[in-house]
Design a protein around this ligand. Structure first.
Ligand code: UTP
Length: 292
């Protein structure tokens, strides 16, 4: 069975829920404490042993490409100053090794399924991961590492899910579960953004997937689904029954950074969790709580 070596990172969306911040800055470059969301996604892949990246970008997203490259002037200046070792390391930390990233364009944001399809030539005929970088997941092992391990066990597709309140099903791809041991559920159906009254369960996909390459033959059809967009969920649903397909409950912490409050919470939570910021963040929160 081929190893999962590649990850597709779709970053061509418009980020309309975050306007005006996302007018000129890609949503994926918004920072959680001091690193952009997209860097967390790349680090999650690396922690899962995935070292090749296909970024599906769009217009005004070129800063993402720059983020993973050398910043020669900056690095030279920091080096010349002599006392900026940590800053220099931080700047170099994000660099992806030579030839390990490709940036392809989705010329129009026609939907997540279409964005993934744009990566087809770079993925080829092997299983691959998909990560939506505006979902921040924090755990050891990483969310993607858990999916990779489950894929290695089953040989099929695996998606990460969490239980959401029923009224939220209309914001997610929802799984119809079959055999379920409380941690891993067989996927017998998938529906994008169902009305709460009609949702087959409350198990929601959270933007982390390991998929078999057969998904591309379904995406090839460019069928529009919920919201008039080409949905990844619809093509994944067509794979059910042809190869193993499981939903793995994610037990780590996740933040939907595509909306303002999720983003704010992620910033606070990460600042409180990090050794270098925890003390000050706690004091700041106590101060703010007292003054409001
Ligand atoms: P979202 O729906 O959360 O992102 O897509 P969006 O469309 O950018 O945001 P809103 O809803 O307008 O605020 C999830 C991920 O899929 C990518 C986005 O960049 C994001 O990472 N995406 C979405 C694409 O790459 N292309 C698309 O056509 C749609």
């Amino acid at each position: 069975m081929p190893r999962v070596r590649k990850a597709v990172l779709p970053v061509a969306g418009l980020g309309t829920r975050f306007l005006p911040a996302t007018k000129a800055i890609p949503k994926e470059m918004l920072t959680i404490v001091d690193r952009p969301l997209i860097q967390y996604a790349v680090e999650e892949c690396l922690a899962a042993g995935i070292e090749e990246f296909v970024f599906v970008t769009g217009r005004s997203k070129h800063v993402i490409e720059d983020h993973f490259d050398h910043a020669y002037e900056l690095e030279a200046t920091l080096e010349a100053r002599g006392n900026k070792k940590a800053e220099l390391e931080a700047a170099r930390d994000a660099i992806i090794p030579y030839g390990n990233a490709v940036f392809t364009r989705q010329q129009q944001p026609l939907g997540l399924g279409h964005a993934v399809w744009c990566a087809r030539h770079w993925v080829g005929d092997e299983p691959f991961a998909v990560l939506l970088p505006d979902e921040l997941t924090l755990s050891t092992p990483s969310c993607t590492a858990e999916l990779v391990a489950e894929h290695e066990r089953s040989g099929g597709s695996v998606i990460s899910v969490v239980d959401v309140p029923r009224e939220q099903t209309k914001s997610y791809g929802i799984v119809a579960p079959g055999k379920d041991d409380g941690r891993i559920a067989e996927v017998v159906g998938l529906v994008e953004k169902p009305d709460p009254a009609k949702a087959p369960s409350t198990l929601a996909a959270i933007g982390r997937y390991v998929l078999l390459p057969e998904v591309f033959s379904h995406l090839d059809k460019h069928e529009k689904g919920a919201g008039g967009e080409i949905q990844l969920t619809d093509s994944m649903a067509r794979m059910i029954g042809h190869a193993p397909f499981h939903a793995l409950r994610y037990r780590g912490t996740r933040y939907d950074c595509g909306n303002r409050m999720g983003f704010l919470e992620a910033n606070i939570a990460v600042a409180l969790a990090r050794e270098d910021t925890a003390k000050e963040a706690r004091a700041m929160l106590a101060r703010l709580a007292k003054n409001t």
